[in-house]
Design a protein around this ligand. Structure first.
Ligand code: HEC
Length: 113
C-alpha cells in the first residue's frame, strides 16, 4: 500500500505542475495590440480645441510654448484645465501633441477666453 503522506505529495506535485502549465499558457496568450497613436491634429481638434480657441482656455497655438511645458500642463491640469491621464492621452501621443502645439501656427479663427 502507498504511504498516504507520499501519495499526498504526489497530488500536490501534480497541482503545482498544472499551475505552472496554466501560467505558461497565460503568458503565451496573444496580447491585445495597443491602438495606434492618434495624430496630434486630431487630438487637438477633438480634446484641446474644445476649450482652447473656443473662448474657454487661452490661445496656445502660435506661441512657441516649449513642448515640456505643454506636457506638464496636460498631465497636471492647472486651475480650470482638466488633467489628462496616460489612459486618455498616451505618453507617445502627448510627446507628438506637445511638439505640434509648440510649432503650430496661430489659427486666426481661434478665440481666446
Ligand atoms: C475643459 C477645457 C480645457 C481643455 C479640454 C484643455 N484645456 Fe488647456 N487650459 C484650459 C484653461 C482654462 C487653461 C488656463 C489654466 C490657468 O488658469 O492656469 C488652460 C491652460 C493650458 C496651457 C497653458 C497656457 C498658458 O498660457 O499658460 C496649455 C499649454 C494647455 N492648456 C494645453 C492644453 C492641451 C494640449 C490640451 C489638450 C490635450 C488642453 N489644454 C485641454 C482649459 C482646457
Amino acid at each position: 500500500m502507498g504511504d498516504p503522506i507520499e501519495s499526498g505529495r504526489g497530488v500536490a506535485g501534480a497541482a503545482v505542475v498544472g499551475l505552472i502549465l496554466m501560467a505558461g499558457a497565460a503568458a503565451a496568450a496573444p496580447t491585445v495590440a495597443a491602438p495606434a497613436p492618434r495624430p496630434p491634429e486630431a487630438i487637438y481638434a477633438k480634446v484641446c480645441g474644445y476649450c482652447h480657441g473656443a473662448h474657454v482656455g487661452p490661445i496656445i497655438r502660435g506661441r512657441g510654448l516649449p513642448p515640456d511645458v505643454v506636457t506638464q500642463i496636460v498631465r497636471l491640469g492647472p486651475n480650470a484645465m482638466p488633467a489628462f491621464r496616460p489612459t486618455e492621452i498616451t505618453d507617445a501621443e502627448l510627446a507628438s501633441l506637445a511638439r505640434w502645439v509648440s510649432t503650430s501656427k496661430a489659427d486666426p479663427k481661434e478665440k481666446g477666453e
